[in-house]
Write a protein of this length. Structure first.
Lengths: 283, 248
């Protein structure tokens, strides 16, 4: 009897890894080599709001690093993909406006147009700071703010504190059918990673996490990725840049939970070097 | 030789001589004048409060209004125009931010650390006032936020134009003030500067980790090869030395 029990326990342990972490109807992972360059795409639909986003901007108030926070948080989560978010400066602080669950990390605005808002509900919204028409949910109402206006900026920081909002700034590469990065942008040749958001035929939001393995300037990579995404969607809303510099962490999981080992789905740095982290998970 | 080595070390490590802020006020420093709230009409509030109507322009008056002046101005205007509280608030914020900046922008075009410190000191008093004067809290918060954001951006600009100032005490002090208020100045460092900083701070573990993490596979391979060659050379030298001594 004991022997049968042991076998049962062993089988349970083995099958644990085979239980799907996420539903493949909501997430698809593909990789393609074009002109000796690997294009890796993770396509996720927000249909039924099962795919969610979480951002770890900085250490928490208890001083736990992003790495420690992620390990604790992710214990009971079905992770789809995780990667470094925005750039960080000399003080190990994110560059540009940054708020972590209502806790202000950096209030200094950087010369980057994308302000990314990650809601507690798992949704992600990007606004163009140049347009100055940020709309946020404030209880049952919407609050319209122009962050170039001093009073509206203060209202925004007060709102983010009350609503435990998570916010970060990065480069807006493509917005409203227009490329927003010029050929004179970052000329460094390196691996590039982007987050694109589009609307599908059912008017539902789709997230695309794209990793371009070859060495490209920011401009070249944006042009290539924008072209490549046409195979997936005709309705890109925006493309933003994700850091592949000093904290080039990127990890993708298969539906059953195993970490993908193909080169297009891996960053060059380990998780513990990540100063901030963008995580896509399934609930 | 000894006399030459110190300047050489300063030049090599880019250590700037100390340049402390002086407590002595300059004789031509701007003075605090009485604010003129009586001249302000209802139309002025509708069209936007003008700094020129509030502060006399001819008497070397400071455009950085003190917390007492702001409180007095705000309360008097609210008493005169009780139904225009929102307009007064907006007008005062615009006056103390964008309009004040226009007045002193010329001084901030090039790096003048003493002028920036003057503004930071002003912000510090307004920050305290925000806690003590809840009626005007949003005004103080908006004004301090605007200026800290502006100055942190300017400090980033200055060090891009003249990277040497990053090593000066005054610059580091100003950066620290902004950082403490959570307006991080994006001070850029080259790889060489990062290496130098960690070397001076004896962060050996970090140096090894960072070098190893940044190294390419062939560089790691080359390092291991050189390392192993060195170990074997030492080993053989020691063995042959021991053998020779034993034979004797």
């Amino acid at each position: 009897m004991k022997f049968i029990g042991l076998i049962f326990a062993f089988l349970m342990l083995c099958s644990f890894n085979l239980i799907a972490q996420y539903n493949e109807n909501y997430v698809s992972v593909s990789s393609e080599t074009i002109d000796n360059e690997i294009y890796s795409v993770i396509e996720m639909t927000r249909k039924d709001e099962r795919v969610k986003v979480k951002y770890f901007a900085d250490k928490d108030l208890a001083g736990r690093s992003v790495y420690q926070r992620y390990l604790t948080w992710s214990k009971n989560k079905s992770i789809i993909a995780s990667c470094s978010g925005t750039y960080y400066g000399m003080d190990n602080k994110p560059v540009g406006i940054c708020i972590d669950e209502g806790q202000t990390v950096n209030k200094a605005e950087a010369a980057m147009d994308a302000l990314v808002l990650v809601y507690r509900t798992g949704g992600i919204v990007v606004t163009d700071l140049k347009e100055g028409n940020l709309t946020v949910q404030n209880g049952p109402d919407n609050l319209s703010l122009n962050l170039k206006n001093p009073l509206d900026r203060t209202k925004f920081f007060l709102w983010s504190k009350e609503n435990y909002a998570t916010v970060f700034q990065t480069h807006l590469l493509y917005y409203k059918n227009k490329l927003r990065v010029g050929a004179n942008g970052d000329k460094e040749l390196r691996e590039r990673r982007f987050l694109a958001v589009a609307r599908d035929d059912e008017n539902k939001i789709r997230y695309y996490l794209i990793n371009l393995k070859g060495n490209n300037t920011l401009y070249n990579a944006t042009v290539k990725v924008e072209g490549h995404l046409k195979n997936y969607t005709d309705n890109i809303i925006y493309i933003i840049n994700l850091d592949t510099g000093a904290q080039d962490y990127f990890e993708v999981r298969e539906a059953k939970g195993q970490v993908m080992s193909e080169p297009g789905f891996k960053g060059n740095k380990p998780l513990n070097v990540s100063k901030n982290l963008l995580v896509f998970y399934f609930e | 030789m000894g006399l030459l080595s110190l300047p050489l070390l300063i030049w090599m490590l880019n250590i700037a001589p100390d340049d402390y802020f002086s407590d002595v006020k300059e004789t031509d420093a701007a003075i605090t004048c009485n604010v003129n709230h009586e001249a302000i009409t209802s139309d002025d509030l509708d069209n936007g409060l003008s700094i020129n109507k509030v502060i006399p322009t001819d008497n070397n008056c400071s455009v950085l209004l003190t917390e007492v002046q702001i409180k007095q101005l705000s309360n008097d205007l609210v008493n005169h125009f009780p139904d225009k509280k929102d307009l007064i608030q907006l007008g005062l914020i615009t006056m103390l931010t964008e309009q004040t900046l226009q007045k002193i922008k010329g001084n901030l075009e090039v790096y003048h650390p003493d002028d920036i410190k003057g503004i930071l000191d002003w912000l510090s008093t307004l920050n305290n006032a925000a806690k003590l004067d809840p009626d005007n809290e949003i005004i103080y918060l908006s004004v301090t936020d605007y200026w800290f954001n502006y100055l942190s951006g300017k400090l980033t600009e200055y060090q891009k134009i003249n990277p040497d100032i990053r090593y000066y005490f005054k610059f580091r002090y100003l950066v620290q003030q902004c950082n403490q208020a959570l307006y991080f100045v994006n001070v850029e460092e080259t790889k060489y500067e990062k290496f130098k900083k960690n070397l001076l701070a004896n962060h050996w573990v970090h140096l090894v980790q960072a070098s190893w993490s940044d190294a390419k596979t062939w560089q790691k391979g080359l390092f291991l090869l050189v390392f192993l060659c060195s170990v074997f050379t030492y080993l053989f030298t020691i063995i042959s030395f021991v053998n020779k001594t034993t034979l004797k």
